[in-house]
Design a protein around this ligand. Sequence first.
Ligand code: HEM
Length: 579
Amino acid sequence: MGIRRHLHQRYNLLHVGGINGQKYETEEFSYRTADGKCNHPGDDIIGSQGTFFGRNMLPANSRYGLLDPHPTVVANKLLARNKFVDNGKQFNMIACSWIQFMIHDWIDHMEDTQQVELKAPDKIADGCPLKSFKFYKTKKVSTGSSYMKTGSLNTRTPWWDGSVIYGNNEDGMRKVRAFKDGRLRIAGDGLLEHDEKGIPISGDVRNCWAGFSLLQALFVKEHNAVCDMLKENYPDFDDEKLYRHARLVTSAVLAKIHTIDWTVELLRTDTLLAGMRINWYGFLGKKIKDLFGHFGGPVLSGLVGLRRPRDHGVPYSLTEEFVSVYRMHSLLPEKLILRDIHSTASEYECPPVVEEVPMREMAGKDGERRLSEVGMKQMLVSMGHQACGAVKLWNYPSWMRNLVAHDINGEDRPDQVDMAAMEIYRDRERGVARYNEFRRNLLMIPISNWEDLTDDEEVIEALRDVYGNDVEKLDLLIGLHAEKKIKGFAISETAFFIFLLIASRRLEADRFFTTNFNSRTYTEKGLEWVNQTENLKDVIDRHFPGMTKKWMKCTSAFSVWDSEPNQTTYIPLYLRPAP
Ligand code: HEM
């Protein structure tokens, strides 16, 4: 994996746009700014809101048109859910909401003011939830460079800076702050506050649903708890100082949970468990790093705490291809299963079902209302016990094929969209390579026939129906969903190679996870908080004492809660044989 990551760092990082920021005094900005400016040590603009998406490969060299084959045909024949298929016990609804929570920290494409209309071809129109629908094009912006003439802009800050709760600019940040003791606004029931239109008050409110707002509220609680701890230890800190330090700490907790808890459950193998822990703690592990600090480079002590950020000569951004491999809406089910947390079920037993609520009712403003009736505790325990969907063909949520999408302010759009068809269109519109070209560009062996992709006869027949025998035409999203998976992986290997590169980059390119990951910047107690929080369970335990003890049998809060815990094995991690 190390060699592969090295090759991708060398060949799969492309900068889009000019570099027109300025030098600044890093010492004056020892905190995360509202819009992501002043993180890169030599340039104030890199990684800030509104900068270009980078690329992992050149734009597609495709001879196929935007409608070849028609996106609604692809959606109908290959994505539409026949019957909900879940992920088994590996990944629950908290894990599904978590990744949306992270996506809304990192990426969103700026839209154009011009719309496109997709009309389903006559022969399939009757089988489509929407026979035609309109949506805004992705805004194409001139880069001012002759190398890649246009690109698209990220409306969120790509740093791992918690912008999903803190906002992506000064206005967003002002909205969420209480301006007292560093704290963020939160309602009396522990959930997010809402404005007069019923839209939640949070860092990012677009396409929200109850599970997503629940995580936002949980981490607002976490931020506020960090503020209280800091105030107790450093009584002379004012509101601003408390806020800045608590943001650093909470963002690091988010990044750590994602790295050594969520990802480890997504790619459940010993190799990845070792790999992700090495990214955070290094080969020598937590105990040594806690004792001696960071020494001996990234392999021995991990990426976190490196002396200087590393961008491999390419300014930090998240990439078009990264967005595409994270198109995982099939994680979402048709219904949310609410459970009775007042039942007398014995320890670890799955609490009885009280109601199965259609996901549509859990989304947007309706979802916010439902969540306030249900409350945080019941929602967390319910999501913990429900498996999320599997990332595979014919598992795209039906309710998303006729979806009221939000604009950037969280307001309902007047036109409904077929998300499945739109996602196929989006990758093509943004010049993301189709599956085979994508693999070649990632130094992977391309497929020569459908049998190289999958053993499933039914899938092969459907692929042939849509793409004939032209494997080059296969859309990336379809290839990623059809690909045979490595045992333990909830996603494809092709998607994983982009993760391998970008997951490391989010840590190693960030000044606040490298040069400034120290007690001077975080405070001693703040750094201790990060070092002592190992996973999501620790955060849940902090805010809901007794909950995991009563309801969670498994090891990680991201697996289905009544599943068996990881077995104790006496063979040291690095010596375990590959399965
Ligand atoms: C109720 C839950 C969700 C809703 C209503 C929702 C809705 C949407 C909508 C409307 C878009 C914009 C589509 C476009 O204009 O191109 C979008 C984009 C996206 N969503 Fe979701 N989504 C949800 C959950 C998730 C989850 C669980 C993931 C998992 C990874 C995810 C990943 C993405 C990604 C990667 C994009 C592309 C962002 C971009 O174009 O920059 N979403 N989603």
